[in-house]
Design a protein around this ligand. Sequence first.
Ligand SMILES: [Zn+2]
Ligand SMILES: [Zn+2]
Length: 148
Amino acid sequence: MGSDSGSFLLAIGGGCLCGAVRFEIAAEGPLTVRQCWCRTCQYVGAGSGTVNAMFPKEGVSISGLLVDYVSVADSGSVMHRRFCAQCGTPVFTEAEPRPHIIGVRVGDLDDPELVKPGMTIWTRSAPAWACFDPALPQAEGQAPPPKT
Ligand SMILES: [Zn+2]
Ligand SMILES: [Zn+2]
């Protein structure tokens, strides 16, 4: 790939394990990609952290039935975590204060090689056996949201 203009849209496809939920993202690329080891992500990630690619929500189209688990983060933000109603795969995460951004669980991408983490967050919540990429910046807790 590559473009002299530097601005063209990718079409990134993905979905859940059973295939009932599908999504397509039209974007130049993710705003940011973070591996998160907060305690909540350890539940969602079945022991590991989660890897989340943040995209502008306007470019994301979704089909299939999702269930929404709503909770309040330590920051006070109301969070929506959406899962496939059929197979339970975590698909999206959203924070109400940032309605224009959607977080996509990177394991759901048809090609997980398309993106890679640029930062590790919530390292202080991680178990002692967790492995962090030493090449990436780390934050002990939350890091500021991506600029848009
Ligand atoms: Zn599913
Ligand atoms: Zn987290």
